[in-house]
Design a protein around this ligand. Structure first.
Ligand code: ATP
Length: 913
């Protein structure tokens, strides 16, 4: 293995046959991609389809069913009746269920993969002399890459340049602090991984500064590649709801076993044949278990995640879907999320007050801010017309575009005043400084930043070409101007400079024209000369005011968190409706002074946090959480990661967000828009509601089945439903409507309700009683059908008058209740189909309209049709042990099946407490 840290960058360039100035050619890249493969860590081996299939059986409910099938087969064997049909059908239906499960799992995996691709890291790379952005997995050894703050290091590399570059390599070296990197040194061979300061390693995080590097290793050949197995990601965890359902399923299974035992004992006490009782118990176990439920919940979650992705909210962690529905506070950044992040300079001011754009003060302000600036101006000439654009950070772009309007060209300025040192902008310092050598050889540093931070660092003001000592009057005047601009929602940046003598720099090299790590005898950002202020407007996003209103109606408190001045923040917060009449604003400085208990006690009164640093965000999240709020928090920078992790729903920006922020988040907003969070909350509430409907529906149906059988046995009647019939209902005719309920459009008033308390179980709010009531209703209807069937139709088959008038036990013994069973089977299935419409809303069906969920209507007809076929088509009827019904019998079935709609409609129309 090559020891890249022991050679110079030029030697590395030669060894890797690349060019530091131009990078690789496209052709060469393709060739190397073939040779080295993709720059990815070998993914964890995917479960193969057979294992996936067998995994489906590792479910408590399914195991119970298999045992039931086996035992029923053995018992029938002992009983001397070789009945293969029942167990085979049970196994067949379970297998079908498993296949559906595998298909579903694969589909869900695919959609998650697709989502992950959307948030895959990109890399800036130099190829054919042009900087382009590529998928990080396309990198090859020899590529020249650009490293920027907040981004992951995409591959191992030897540094070519490093400006204040610091990289956090904790995941690899365990070193908890970011390490400072240098490009120009050569290290000893035995330097430890953690000490190789001229190298960067894949998965490192650039926490400060920037640099360039030659890629030395990619994919599994990187340092992390060697230990890749250790850091493979976990499986997708189950959501809280899925976990709760799994335990509900288990509880139901155990309850079913207990009921079976009770029934069995009752049967024996009533002198019923053991074999019959056994088969009945098996049916009961089948009836009690909501076999389709886990699959249906997974389907609903993954459908929901796909719908959200279409609305620009990419869910990274599945549990977030549920948490979203419970959100009570949304803390949002201002710039770019609430506003458009399209800054335009609108005002310039000096020590004399407001300046015209062509005044000498304005010219100086724009010249300085163009130099102390990292954005790039692009002027394209098309015939007579030339168009201008800029790339970079919006605040910075605004400066060079305004300068361009006044005839000041940044590229020319840069050429004449090369930058020789810099302290990059960061949102904690809120300042940026660059040092330039002017054509005359003089050295000048320029600092721009938040006025309230920069003005105290100034000792002089610039006035008519002279630098005069700053007085209290000057300070007051400038602060007043700052305040006045901020109150008009402008972002204000103060601009200052200072002349530096070369003797004040220890390692000054007059011939060097590029940025290097110079050492200054006095701090750069003090003793400055204030030139003036620049105000710029960043209009709010159009859709945000409405989204804020929606939030407030939905019982969610929107909160603005910003690095901007408190007056700017309040002006925009008022315009958007975030700040109401009683709401307060707090600054970062105040936040730092206040202790945690007071913060927790007071925080609900504040809707704006201004001049805060990313570090403050964690305290804000925790204080809200201490008040039992469920907090969504947005963020984009590296420093935002802890707050994103601490929040219940961390939302990273898709466009401006760094890899680190995205990695820490539960959800990514691909359009950086506040309104998207609100849309996602709505979607989350809808999904929760629909899952609740499906659970309500399936459980009420299961209870109905249990009641039918249990009461029949108590009455001494034969078992009204067989295991296969119950499985058919549970897995086929119940599942489709349940899934269709999952696509029920969100209720119109869903954002007018309070958030769902997170610790309140799904079954709170009387749902258990509703389920029980509806279960009893369905159970009695199916039982009624059975009794009508055996009393009116089956009993005609019995000729023995003694038996006809005899006790029920002997009827049970003599009767072959074919028509009764068929009728109760039909009523059970059809009444559940009708009942599914009851689940759609807590409002009357007449209110929401029959056609507003076409999928449910379709499921109704498909399942209804299948049910009729199973009964009327002889070969199928034989398998399900049913007989075709005549018109009169069908009429009874239909009337009974429709009754749930009538009953529940009456119940819905009754006044609620
Ligand atoms: P928000 O938190 O609402 O998204 P923000 O993240 O844009 O706002 P910061 O970028 O932290 O806020 O900016 C905070 C302050 O720093 C600004 O109000 C401005 O005064 C100053 N500032 C912003 N960008 C620059 C820059 N490029 N150079 C110098 N100062 C800047």
């Amino acid at each position: 293995m090559m020891n890249w840290h022991c050679i110079t960058k030029e030697e590395a360039e030669k060894t890797l046959q690349t060019s530091i100035d131009k990078g690789l050619s496209k052709k060469e890249v393709l060739k190397r991609q073939k040779k080295y493969g993709l720059n990815i860590l070998a993914a964890k081996k995917k479960k193969n389809i057979i294992i996936k299939f067998f995994n489906q059986f590792a479910d408590f409910m399914i195991i119970t069913l298999i045992c039931a099938a086996l035992i029923s087969f053995l018992v029938s064997l002992l009983h001397g009746e070789l009945d293969f049909v029942d167990p085979i059908i049970i196994l067949l239906i379970i297998t079908l269920n498993a296949i559906l499960g595998v298909l579903q799992e694969t589909k869900a995996e695919k959609s998650l993969e697709a989502l992950q691709k959307m948030s895959a890291p990109t890399a800036h790379v130099l190829r054919d002399g042009i900087i382009t952005s590529v998928d990080a997995k396309e990198l090859v050894p020899g590529d020249i890459i650009y490293l920027e703050t907040g981004h992951f290091v995409p591959a191992d590399g030897r540094l070519i340049t490093a400006t204040n570059l610091k990289v956090d390599e904790a995941s690899l070296t365990g070193e908890s602090h970011p390490v400072e990197k240098e490009a120009d040194i050569v290290l000893k061979e035995d330097a430890l991984l953690a000490d190789r300061s001229n190298m960067v390693t894949a998965t490192g995080i650039v926490t400060y500064g920037r640099g360039t590097a030659i890629v030395t290793a990619t994919g599994m050949n990187t340092e992390v590649g060697h230990i890749a197995k250790l850091i493979m990601e976990d499986d997708t965890p189950m959501t809280p709801l899925q976990k709760r359902l799994a335990s509900t399923g288990k509880a139901l299974g155990i309850a079913a076993l207990l009921i079976c035992i009770v029934i069995f004992i009752i049967g024996i006490l009533k002198n019923r044949p053991i074999f019959d009782m056994f088969m009945t118990s098996v049916s009961l176990a089948v009836a009690a278990i909501p076999e389709g439920l886990p699959a249906i919940v997974t389907i609903m979650l993954s459908l929901g995640v796909q719908r959200m992705a279409k609305k620009n909210a990419v869910i990274r962690k599945l549990p977030a879907v549920e948490t979203l529905g419970s959100a009570t506070v949304i803390c949002s950044d201002k710039t770019g999320t609430l506003t458009q992040n399209k800054m335009t300079v609108t005002e310039l001011a000096s020590i004399h007050g407001k300046e015209r754009p062509d005044s000498s003060y304005s010219q100086l302000l724009l010249t300085l801010t163009s130099l102390c600036n990292d954005s790039i101006l692009q002027v394209t000439n098309k015939g007579k017309h030339s168009s201008v654009s800029a790339t970079g950070e919006p605040t910075e772009k605004a400066f060079i575009l305004a300068a361009y309007q006044c005839g000041i060209l940044k590229p020319q300025l840069d050429l004449n005043n090369p930058r020789i040192h810099e302290i990059p902008f960061d949102s904690t310092r809120k300042l940026m400084t660059t040092v330039h050598r002017e054509a005359s050889g003089n050295i000048r540093s320029i600092t721009k930043g938040a006025p309230d931070i920069l003005i105290p660092k100034c000792t002089h003001v610039y006035q008519n070409g002279r630098e005069i000592p700053m007085t209290q009057t000057h300070i007051k005047f400038m602060e007043k101007q700052n305040q006045s601009m901020a109150e008009r929602a402008l972002r204000v940046i103060a601009v200052a400079y200072k002349n530096i003598s070369s003797s004040d720099i220890t390692n000054y090299n007059p011939s060097k024209r590029s940025v290097s790590n110079l050492e200054f005898k006095k701090p750069l950002e003090s003793g400055l000369i204030l030139v003036g202020l620049i105000g710029m407007i960043d209009p709010p996003r159009e859709e945000v005011a409405e989204a804020v209103l929606t939030c407030q109606m939905a019982g969610i408190k929107p909160v603005m968190i910003t690095g901007d001045h408190v007056s700017t923040a309040c002006a925009i917060a008022k315009e958007l409706g975030i700040m109401g009449s009683g709401d307060l604003a707090m600054t970062g400085a105040e936040l730092a002074r206040i202790d945690n208990d007071t913060l927790v006690e007071q925080i609900h009164r504040y809707s704006v946090f201004a001049r805060v640093s990313p570090e403050h965000k964690v305290r804000i999240v925790k204080a809200f959480q201490a008040r039992e709020e469920v907090v969504a928090m947005t963020g984009d920078g590296v420093n935002d990661a802890p707050a994103l992790k601490a929040a219940d729903i961390g939302c990273a920006m898709g466009i401006t967000g760094t890899d680190v922020a995205k990695n820490a988040a539960d959800m990514i907003l691909t359009d950086d828009n506040f309104a998207t969070i609100v849309a996602a909350v709505k979607e989350g509430r809808g999904i929760y509601d629909n899952i609740k409907k499906a659970i309500h529906f399936l459980l009420s149906c299961n209870i109905g089945e249990i009641i039918t059988i249990f009461v029949a046995i108590l009455l001494g009647l034969p078992s009204p439903l067989l295991a296969v019939q119950l499985l058919w209902v549970n897995l086929v005719t119940d599942s489709l409507p349940a899934i269709s309920l999952g696509v029920e459009p969100a209720a119109k008033d869903i954002m007018k309700k309070k958030p769902i308390p997170p610790n309140k179980g799904m079954f709170a709010d009387g749902l258990v009683f509703k389920i029980l009531f509806e279960g009893i209703m369905i159970g009695f209807l199916a039982l009624l059908a059975f009794i009508i069937g055996i009393r009116v139709y089956d009993s005609q088959v019995i000729t023995d008058p003694l038996l006809l008038h005899g006790n029920t036990v002997s009827i049970a013994a003599a009767l072959v209740p074919n028509i009764g069973r068929t009728m109760s089977f039909a009523v059970l299935s059809l009444s559940q189909l009708f009942h599914s419409f009851n689940m759609r809303s807590e409002h009357s069906l007449t209110k929401i309209g029959l056609f507003s969920n076409i999928k449910l209507l379709l499921s109704f007809f498909v399942c209804g049709f299948l049910q009729v076929i199973v009964i009327s088509f002889k070969p199928l009827a034989n398998i399900f042990k049913v007989v075709p019904l005549n018109a009169a019998q069908w009429s009874v079935v239909l009337v009974l099946s429709f009754l749930p709609v009538v009953i529940v409609e009456i119940q819905k129309s009754m006044p609620k407490k």
